[in-house]
Design a protein around this ligand. Structure first.
Ligand code: ADP
Length: 248
């Protein structure tokens, strides 16, 4: 019943590395179109959870379903990306020697299995989509510049734009505001809220000001399972969260 309404459904997921339980009966459910923040101390299992969702790691036990019926534990990483799960790692990986526009064009072509801007002519629709993404990530006025000249924050936004060009149904974002200025951090919250109007987004972040600013449901992980889940006020006042994470 809960699974039927969900976009992403993890139930009782456990995974062991050399006898160490990185995930311990983890349950985690994302509704379609939801924006969720995930917090927790180092070693809590946040990265491992992302790895399970994207097929990089297989769970030892438990269920992982996408769109109710798709069993992700039976899919490999490439299949899962194809299903519409995008992942943004912490460090930006844009093509610095290409323009902002070409980076987005490359990402759009990649979705079609074309790995160059040279061999695929853009349709008018493609151009409109790139313009739209440039607006969303606020890089319209930088579109003809080399990505190398963008600030760290702008590179992060460009990479998010590149992921958007692949039209994921679920976007996983790892510590996007690390190293950003305060203004960029505020802008990133706006950006993620806007993106989540058309897809689900899960964002792992340590910056509590940013998480508060996002204003969404928060999941705090510790020792491989959910310590607390709810509004930021609920979670940040939970004694277990204070003891294991915030109070440290
Ligand atoms: P977080 O992202 O919350 O910091 P991780 O998911 O990276 O936590 O790690 C959870 C625990 O699992 C850590 O103690 C880490 O050392 C361990 N771990 C993660 N991946 C591996 C792996 N491939 N092999 C062995 N141990 C791992």
């Amino acid at each position: 019943e809960k699974r039927a309404k969900s976009l992403l459904y993890l139930d009782n997921v456990s995974v062991c590395f050399d006898g160490f339980k990185a995930l311990n009966s983890l349950s985690f459910v994302i509704e379609p179109g939801e924006l969720r923040a995930v917090i927790g101390p180092n070693g809590a299992g946040k990265t491992t959870m992302m790895d399970i969702i994207t097929g990089k790691t297989r769970p030892d036990t438990g269920e992982v379903f996408f769109s109710d019926t798709i069993d992700l534990t039976r899919k490999d990483e490439a299949d899962i990306a194809q299903l519409g799960i995008g992942r943004k790692f912490q460090k930006p990986t844009v093509f610095e020697g290409h323009t902002v526009w070409d980076n987005l064009e490359l990402a759009l072509n990649r979705r079609r299995g074309v790995f160059s801007t040279l061999f695929y002519a853009l349709t008018g629709e493609d151009r409109d989509r790139i313009e739209e993404i440039l607006e969303i990530v606020r890089l319209t006025d930088r579109k003809d510049e080399l990505a190398a000249y963008l600030s760290h924050g702008q590179k992060q936004w460009l990479e998010i734009g590149m992921l958007l060009a692949q039209e994921p149904k679920l976007l996983l974002v790892d510590e996007p505001v690390a190293g950003m200025t305060d203004a960029e951090t505020v802008e990133t919250a706006r950006l993620l809220r806007e993106i989540a109007k058309t897809r689900a987004v899960v964002v792992v972040e340590h910056d509590m000001g940013f998480v508060r600013d996002l204003g969404v449901k928060v999941t705090c992980l510790a020792e491989g399972s959910v310590l607390a889940e709810g509004s930021i006020d609920f979670v940040s006042n939970d004694p277990k969260v204070i003891e294991n994470y915030l109070g440290r």
